[in-house]
Write a protein that binds this ligand. Sequence first.
Ligand SMILES: NC(=O)c1ccc[n+]([C@@H]2O[C@H](COP(=O)([O-])OP(=O)(O)OC[C@H]3O[C@@H](n4cnc5c(N)ncnc54)[C@H](OP(=O)(O)O)[C@@H]3O)[C@@H](O)[C@H]2O)c1
Length: 197
Amino acid sequence: MSKVISAHAVSVDGYITGRDAGAGRGLGDAARLFDWYFHGDTPSRVFDGFRMSEPSARLFDTLAARVGAIVAGRNTYEDSDHFGGGSPHPAAALFVLSHRAAPEMTGRQTLITTGIEDAVAAARQAAGGKDVGLMGGEVVTEALRAGLVDEVVLHRVPILLGGGRPFFHALPGHVRLRLVEAVAAPGVTHLHYAVER
Ligand SMILES: NC(=O)c1ccc[n+]([C@@H]2O[C@H](COP(=O)([O-])OP(=O)(O)OC[C@H]3O[C@@H](n4cnc5c(N)ncnc54)[C@H](OP(=O)(O)O)[C@@H]3O)[C@@H](O)[C@H]2O)c1
């Protein structure tokens, strides 16, 4: 069975964007959450143009190569300028979870309006045996609530942003995690957890 994984760049105080994220502005004043994508000398084998430190590239590419489809929340889709009509991942189909229509969507993108279970099921089908990646704080929380998440990766960037969109939202109870790997790299610490059931 393919897995459902979430990998986000997160500030030490838990934000995945700055205060002014939005369409045309990306992560807003938190663009430095992605600095580690570009401040190294090891090119990514999956994402053109990414040059990371060697330990970051090893971990990042291993995760990226596992992903065959993505479920992104509507806010992520909007704030990323609709991913230019494509997908945030060079080899993964995109499914956008929303409550409302998205007439601008292209044939390479699929809208799901019937909830996280249907979004993950459709993505799993499209992933052809590979894993499903989740994008967006609310979407990850929805998936955690539904018991659908297998792994959570925090690319923890050493900054206190002081505000923005929080990664984690309220959950009805505890979710136990097991640390699978911790990798300290220049500009980021990668914390890879498995969700315990
Ligand atoms: N730092 C990183 O690594 C990273 C990674 C990914 C994204 N981001 C950023 O994070 C921000 C978005 O995160 P976010 O937490 O604000 O939002 P999000 O999870 O991307 O999207 C939330 C939206 O998705 C829809 N949604 C969520 N659950 C749903 C459900 N069960 N059924 C139907 N629709 C549902 C709703 O859209 P509607 O009700 O509006 O239709 C909801 O407002 C963006 O700025 C993005 O660029 C950062």
